[in-house]
Design a protein around this ligand. Structure first.
Ligand SMILES: Cc1ncc(C[n+]2csc(CCOP(=O)(O)OP(=O)(O)O)c2C)c(N)n1
Length: 272
């Protein structure tokens, strides 16, 4: 992939970060920290990696994306809008009563959203089911899923991890958005998930560790997943919660607190 393509993705990621800030400031509520940490991964998937047709969201051969940490949906909504699934003007109606963009994803309401999420821990099971269905139906589509590190304390993740390896779901590529923080504080203090790479390896997964804000590494990891046969791939992506907005970076307080109008201006200046 050329440096120019990488730069274009970086520009797109910045645009998505600006939308996240704008839509949350307008709504006055929502989750900036975890949305900003997975933005680069979602940008690479929607604008480089995935086969999808925004004008035909239900195209049966499309690659599937599951955002398991559903509270980070502003990143997904922005990527969907900028891809062309719906007008960007809808983004400013986030969390309004009659909007199809609610605070957590709703697959029955939003074009392009594949799974309703918000209750943590379920996304890997669903993504695994989609990947297994592709195998049974002899379909070529691939399935991508983004998990949270705090979310990975859920038992269901490990049952799914076992099942995905058992069924040899090499058409499944998961990203762990490893930003080291969750709602109540540092993941290490709430419940240690290390050694996370060894754990997924032990469960039978191909594992790749990357900087989750480096486009080159994100693309490399998905390409590696593509040519790995007989096992699913877990990309352990080291990220920063609140990435891109200096006063939000690494701050647990911005897990679920929207920027004020003043903070919005400050953040947008940084994201120019
Ligand atoms: C089953 C369940 N338990 C608790 C919550 C409340 N909750 C929302 S976000 C969150 C923290 C998630 O942390 P993490 O997965 O690390 O997400 P990120 O830091 O990327 O935002 C919690 C506990 C929930 N949504 N679902």
């Amino acid at each position: 992939m050329s440096n120019q393509e990488i730069q274009e993705l970086e520009v797109k990621a910045k645009e998505i970060r600006r939308w996240i800030i704008k839509m949350l400031a307008e709504a006055g509520s929502g989750h900036p920290g975890g949305a900003l940490s997975c933005t680069d991964i979602i940008t690479a998937l929607y604008f480089k990696i995935m086969n999808h047709k925004p004008d035909n969201p239900k195209w049966e051969d499309r690659d599937r994306f599951v955002l398991s940490k559903g509270h980070s949906c502003p990143a997904l909504y922005s990527a969907l809008a900028l891809s062309g699934y719906f007008p960007t003007s809808e983004l400013m109606r986030l969390r309004k009563l009659d909007s199809f963009l609610q605070g957590h994803t709703d697959m029955t309401a939003t074009p392009g959203v594949e799974m309703s999420a918000g209750s943590l821990g379920q996304g890997l099971s669903v993504a695994g089911g989609m990947a297994l269905a592709a195998k049974l139906d002899k379909k070529k589509f691939r399935v991508y899923v983004v998990l949270g590190d705090g979310e990975s304390q859920e038992g269901q993740i490990w049952e799914a991890a076992m099942a995905c390896a058992h069924y040899k779901l090499d058409n499944l590529c998961a990203f762990l958005d490893y930003n080291k923080l969750q709602i109540d504080g540092p993941v290490n203090e709430v419940m240690v998930i290390e050694p996370i790479v060894d754990k997924f390896k032990a469960f039978g997964w191909n594992t790749i560790e990357i900087d989750g804000h480096d486009m080159h590494q994100i693309i490399y990891a998905t390409n590696e997943a593509n040519i790995t046969y007989g096992k699913p791939t877990m990309v352990i992506a080291h990220t920063i919660k609140g990435k891109g907005v200096s006063f939000m970076e690494g701050k647990v307080g911005y897990h679920g607190v929207a920027p004020t109008k003043e903070e919005e201006q400050k953040a947008l200046l940084e994201l120019e």
